[in-house]
Each structure stands twice: as structure tokens, then as C-alpha cells.
Design a protein around this ligand. Structure first.
Ligand code: PXP
Length: 243
């Protein structure tokens, strides 16, 4: 059964919109764990548009489950990760003008750079993964550069029209999850997952963890964070019985 990583960047988005102190993503992380989150995920961006280094430092002290740091494979971020030592780092591509991460990292095109970043971070005791598009050759490249897990990008699946197009995207995810697991990689997935589209992803046997942020926080606005997290967790846990 897949575990649930809760991405609290979206709480920081609200705080940063007013350059205020609240709402605090660190408080959200504590609540998320109490509500059943198995992992807390944050993306520290070069532009610090949501999560700040102060958040990361406090989260490192407070998170009792696992702290998953999403970051671009840059020298600045490597230095921060080696200092903070999150439990795991998921390498993601980052463009300054994007609204959110737009797709997986092109591992094939950056093998040397990624190999060095992964070696450095693994030697600091950090579990290393890469966010990839659902393509078997990217999974193979991730394995070759030393990643221990992949997180498969579910954005195209989520944005595709229900019907043939969505079935095709789902099939790509299923295939890459299997290919990754066959290589010995652990498999996570995430991006744009919602209460309405998560079930077919949650039942893929190779997928160990789902990282979900925006849709949980969107529901939390109306029902509260603990209920929103509990509902998502229950949906994932009972996905097999629902389908
Ligand atoms: N996984 C990765 C690698 C991401 O970059 C994000 C967004 O920060 C998520 C998961 C969560 O996506 P969403 O907010 O759409 O649930």
C-alpha cells in the first residue's frame, strides 16, 4: 500500500503572498504528521518563492517521519542539503519562470553532473532519488547515475482527458514503475494528484509513496488540514477496494 508524503510548499505560498509569518509550513508539517502523513516534502527553490531556509532548518528538527527535500541539482542546493541533511533528496528540474515543476529531470542529458551530485549527497548519508517522466530510459539513466529511487511524474496523466488519452498516460506510468522496480529502484510518484484521480495510481503495486500537495491544501481550506490529509490517506489505503 502506497504511503503518503504531504507537500507543504502550498502553505508557504500563502504566507509568502503577504510576506507574513503565517500560515507556517512548519506547523502544517506537525499537523500533517499527526493526521497520518508518512513523509513531509518541501521544495526549496533558488528564488525562495515559498519554502525558506528557516523552514528547512526547523523541519529538520521537528519532522518525525521523513523529510524529503526536492531541489535542483545546483551547487547552492548541494551545500544546503549536506548541511541540513534531510532524510531524502529528490532532484527536480527548475525553471525560474515556471508556476510549478513542469516535468521530470532529463537524466539522460545530464548524467555526469547528476552522478557527482548524487555521490556527494549519498556520502552525506542522504537517500537519493530523481523526479523523472514516465520513460524507461530515464529510469535506467537514474539507476546508472546512482539514484536509489525515482519519483514518476504524474502530471501528464492528471492533465490528460479522461478516456483513451488518460489510459495511455497511465499505461506509461505502470510500465516505468515496473521497469524501475526491475532495476532495483524504489518507486514513488506525484504531481497534480487529486482526490479524483489518485486511485489508479495508488493501486500500482510498485509505487511505494505518493507526494501530494496542492489538492490536499485546496481541500484543507474548506475542511481543515487534518481531515483533508486523513481523507487522502484513507483513499489511498482503500484504493484497491474502490476500483
Ligand atoms: N512531486 C514533485 C517532484 C513536485 O515538484 C511536486 C510539486 O512541488 C509534487 C510532487 C506535488 O505536486 P502537487 O502540489 O501538484 O500535488
Amino acid at each position: 500500500m502506497a504511503k503518503l508524503g504531504v507537500n507543504v510548499d502550498h502553505i508557504a505560498n500563502i504566507r509568502q503572498a503577504r510576506q507574513a509569518e503565517e500560515p507556517d509550513p512548519v506547523s502544517a508539517a506537525v499537523m500533517a504528521e499527526l493526521a497520518g502523513a508518512d513523509c513531509i516534502t518541501v521544495h526549496l527553490r533558488a528564488d525562495r518563492r515559498h519554502i525558506q531556509e528557516r523552514d528547512l532548518e526547523l523541519l529538520r528538527k521537528l519532522v518525525k517521519t521523513k523529510l524529503n527535500l526536492e531541489m535542483a541539482p545546483t551547487a547552492e542546493m548541494v551545500e544546503i542539503a549536506c548541511r541540513i541533511k534531510p532524510d531524502m533528496v529528490t532532484l527536480v528540474p527548475e525553471k525560474p519562470d515556471e508556476v510549478t515543476t513542469e516535468g521530470g529531470l532529463d537524466v539522460l542529458g545530464h548524467k555526469e553532473q547528476l552522478e557527482e551530485v548524487i555521490r556527494t549527497l549519498r556520502s552525506s548519508g542522504i537517500r537519493m532519488g530523481i523526479f523523472i517522466d514516465p520513460e524507461d530510459n530515464q529510469a535506467e539513466a537514474a539507476y546508472e547515475v546512482g539514484a536509489e529511487y525515482v519519483e514518476i511524474h504524474t502530471g501528464l496523466y492528471a492533465q490528460s482527458t479522461p478516456g483513451e488519452a488518460r489510459a495511455c498516460e497511465l499505461a506509461r506510468i505502470i510500465q516505468t514503475a515496473k521497469a524501475s522496480a526491475d532495476l532495483g529502484l524504489s518507486v514513488n510518484a506525484g504531481h497534480d494528484l487529486t482526490y479524483r484521480n489518485v486511485i489508479p495510481i495508488a493501486i500500482i503495486p510498485e509505487i511505494e509513496e505518493l507526494n501530494i500537495g496542492h489538492n490536499i491544501v485546496a481541500r484543507a481550506v474548506f475542511v481543515g488540514l487534518d481531515q483533508a490529509i486523513w481523507e487522502m490517506k484513507r483513499l489511498i489505503q482503500t484504493a484497491k477496494d474502490i476500483i
